[in-house]
Design a protein around this ligand. Sequence first.
Ligand SMILES: NC(=O)c1ccc[n+]([C@@H]2O[C@H](COP(=O)([O-])OP(=O)(O)OC[C@H]3O[C@@H](n4cnc5c(N)ncnc54)[C@H](O)[C@@H]3O)[C@@H](O)[C@H]2O)c1
Length: 441
Amino acid sequence: MINNKNLKNLIQKIRSNKAVISVIGLGYVGLPLCLALTRAKFKVFGIDNNLERIKTLKNGSSYISTINSSLINEARNKKFRPTNNFKEILNSDIIIICVPTPIDKNKKPNMQYVRNVVSQIKKYVKKNQIIILECTSYPGTTEEFFLPIFKKKKLNIGRDIFLGYSPEREDPGNLKYTILKKNLSKVVSGYSKSCEKIVKELYQKVSNKVYICSDIKTAEFTKLLENIYRSVNIGLINELHNVCKKMKIDTFEALEAAKTKPFGFNAFYPGPGVGGHCIPVDPYYLTYKAEKHGIITKFIKLASQINDKRPVEISNTITKYIKKENIKKDILILGITYKKNSDDVRESPITKIHQTLSKQIKNKIYVCDPLVNKYGLKTLKNIKFISLKKLYNLKFLNSFEICFIGSNHDIFDYQAIAKNFKIIFDSRNSFKRKSKKIKII
Ligand SMILES: NC(=O)c1ccc[n+]([C@@H]2O[C@H](COP(=O)([O-])OP(=O)(O)OC[C@H]3O[C@@H](n4cnc5c(N)ncnc54)[C@H](O)[C@@H]3O)[C@@H](O)[C@H]2O)c1
């Protein structure tokens, strides 16, 4: 039985798709969420302070390679309204926040984006609204940043105004599980039972499965748990990979063998290190908060250190080979984004490998990565890129001897690469057929 009038109204608006939603921050997380909510028949204001992004969306185009422009057009023809005008919050029932939560140079949480949003929205927040944070952050963030706004306005939380948290699981480039296919289960939480009810009702519209956490802190922690689990296991397999290489054991074959165990084993793969906005960043959010409680997260820190060391280890191996073999020709790096089939270069370990190699060797280094978009290119100004067309031009390839596989995008022709390069350093186990010239690194 729902007996709070404001709660009842909001639930009714969600059920009848009449609720108006503002999503703040239209990046890898916020943009697909806008599209999914529009598909679910809601009117959605997509608010971003990046004017270029708003203009692109208004023109029906996408700036994320894994999101097709046809999807933006589809949403624009429905009720998706990109804008930089925060005033639209006055016309919204639901406000969802998806801005960045990076770390600073001391590896501490950088909350400036969340703080900016708080100051931009506080004058528009009013009775009968719900605010939902989707950013990954330390337990306690949602209440720490949003309760003060409500208290200042003397709004009773859970009766006049509502607060929730739902961690994001969007995995850019993952076409199998995405909010756009409605098959990405969502963890939800609310400040009170009424808040929880609204958050659950909303996410049921875009997700096949909604799991309710009993409080916001647990939901915030869940996201960190998922990503720390990945970071620690990647750290472990990166360490084991170094052991395997010394012992002349094929790590990937051992993994295939271990995977035949029907329980108790999940495969993680060695690679060039971790990148993107999650795995290199999120563990430090928990470490920061744990330290406030007097706990040093030794295990978590160690995994991050092992992963962070990979780019230098890889650069050292390639440099050693180049010097030993006295190689004078140019070096080609294939794929610079942080993972396969993604356009995201944030925190990419391959950019770190490029940087380290540039300091260690005199050979010219070129990169081929057709997935990097104009926004990514702006952040990689010192890198010399070559096109995919040039990659398969034999005359041009004559100036190269070594190829390093950074990100193994499906777009590359691995047979042609195996044929045309003398030596290939592969950090991703990209080739089906093994050969002496392919060195797993
Ligand atoms: N990228 C991922 O794969 C992923 C996955 C799960 C969770 N997350 C989390 O989701 C959150 C968002 O990450 P993202 O990858 O989408 O970030 P992003 O950098 O791709 O996008 C953030 C957007 O927010 C905008 N923005 C920044 N400050 C703003 C402000 N004050 N007002 C309006 N817009 C503002 C930026 O212009 C940008 O368009 C982070 O907390 C991240 O940890 C990310």
